[in-house]
Write a protein that binds this ligand. Structure first.
Ligand code: CP
Length: 364
């Protein structure tokens, strides 16, 4: 099992992920993919550890996937649901986290509708001097690192299933289409996919492509991210965002407000859910019009490279961001594959973050 270079206690953002860390996650996930293909599907590497899934916002894929991953690693799991918790009695989020700490949580997986909550809990745990690892399972519009890492793993495995590594995507064109403004998935994917050397092309209506991105893309023109100038840090999120890795200076990010120029010759197309619950004003005339202009269909994929594949992080608004028939077409759609990859990738993250702890416990 690979675990040579991992020193990170928390996974809160991909902004400061190194090339080595990406490859360590990919390599470890590939090992766990093999474990998952055996009859038992389980390894005892996190036996005795407690993984607390603290989901303050609804989730199907991420919560279940982290729970299953922890179980496959033989950890014990605690699942928190706000509706049946003491939050309604006035308990704060930090006190909730401390309660799980007192029950012996070694790893905390946090989802919250506000950006920065996983960071705040990680800071509190560090302040308390406890060796608890915090994993961001999606915070507001900020980041969703495990989703981007499973997307990365899915794509790298497609190029070389025997040896999935970051650089396999270096000559690829990847289009990310839709509600970039509200998407934590897009922000994390921008970090990981541009780190691979791939060209990342964002497209969507001007109301859903962040203005700060547009300043650099200037409408349909496009321009690389300048080294050291991090567009993403400028977004109005409360999270404290780490400095991007200087070893990845030439990230190739392009902006389009027309769909066609983003799709031309794309190797992969990632569509994003329109996040109605985060739209405080009317940003679109109608969902039907959005589909007509930006919806991904088999006809539109003819602009892309032959063999193009389509991703979607889910949940999907069928017939809005992607046509229903395309979503279910295994010739194009990687959506089920993404969900499957999620278990191996989350096993890798939990293992890498937690595998130092059993020795510590045994030595106590
Ligand atoms: N992709 C994703 O985060 O899905 P859930 O909201 O179902 O976890």
């Amino acid at each position: 099992m690979a675990n040579a270079t991992w020193t990170r206690r928390h996974v809160l953002s991909l902004a400061d992920f190194s090339l080595g860390e990406y490859d360590t996650v990919l390599q470890t996930a590939a090992s766990f993919q093999e474990v998952l293909s055996t009859r038992t599907k389980k390894v005892p590497v996190l036996q005795g550890l407690v993984v607390a899934n603290l989901f303050f916002e609804p989730s199907t894929r991420t919560r279940s996937s982290f729970e299953l991953s922890a179980k496959r690693l033989s950890a014990d799991t605690l699942n928190f649901a706000p509706g049946t918790s003491s939050l309604s009695k006035g308990e704060t989020i930090l006190d909730t986290a401390k309660t799980y700490l007192a029950m012996g949580a070694d790893l905390m997986v946090i989802r919250h509708r506000e950006a920065g909550v996983p960071q705040a809990i990680a800071t509190e745990m560090d302040k308390l001097g406890v060796r608890v690892g915090v994993l961001n399972a999606g915070d507001g519009q900020h980041e969703h690192p495990s989703q981007a890492l499973l997307d990365l793993f899915t794509l790298c495995c497609l190029v070389n299933p025997e040896y999935p590594r970051l650089k396999l995507l270096s000559d690829k064109k990847i289009a990310i289409i839709g509600d970039i403004l509200h998407s934590r998935v897009a922000r994390s994917n921008i970090w990981s996919l541009t780190a691979s050397g791939a060209e990342v092309h964002l497209a969507g209506p001007p109301t859903l492509v962040p203005k700060l991105f547009a300043e650099y893309g200037s409408g349909c023109r496009s321009r690389d991210i300048k080294a050291g100038k991090n567009l993403i840090t400028s977004f109005p999120v409360k999270a404290s965002i780490p400095k991007p890795k200087s070893e990845i200076p030439n990230r190739k990010l392009f902006i389009h407000w027309d769909l066609e120029s983003a799709l031309i010759d794309a190797d992969f197309v990632m569509t994003l859910r329109l996040q109605k619950e985060r739209m405080s004003t009317h940003l679109l005339p109608s969902w039907r019009e959005y589909h007509q202009r930006y919806g991904i269909t088999r006809t539109r994929l003819k602009l892309c490279k032959p063999g193009v594949k389509v991703l979607h992080p889910g949940p999907v608004n069928r017939g809005v961001e992607i046509s229903s028939e395309l979503m279910d077409d295994p010739q194009f759609s990687l959506i089920s594959q993404q969900v499957t990859s999620g278990v191996a990738v989350r096993m890798a993250l939990l293992y890498l973050m937690g595998s130092g702890k059993p020795e510590l416990k045994n030595g106590e």
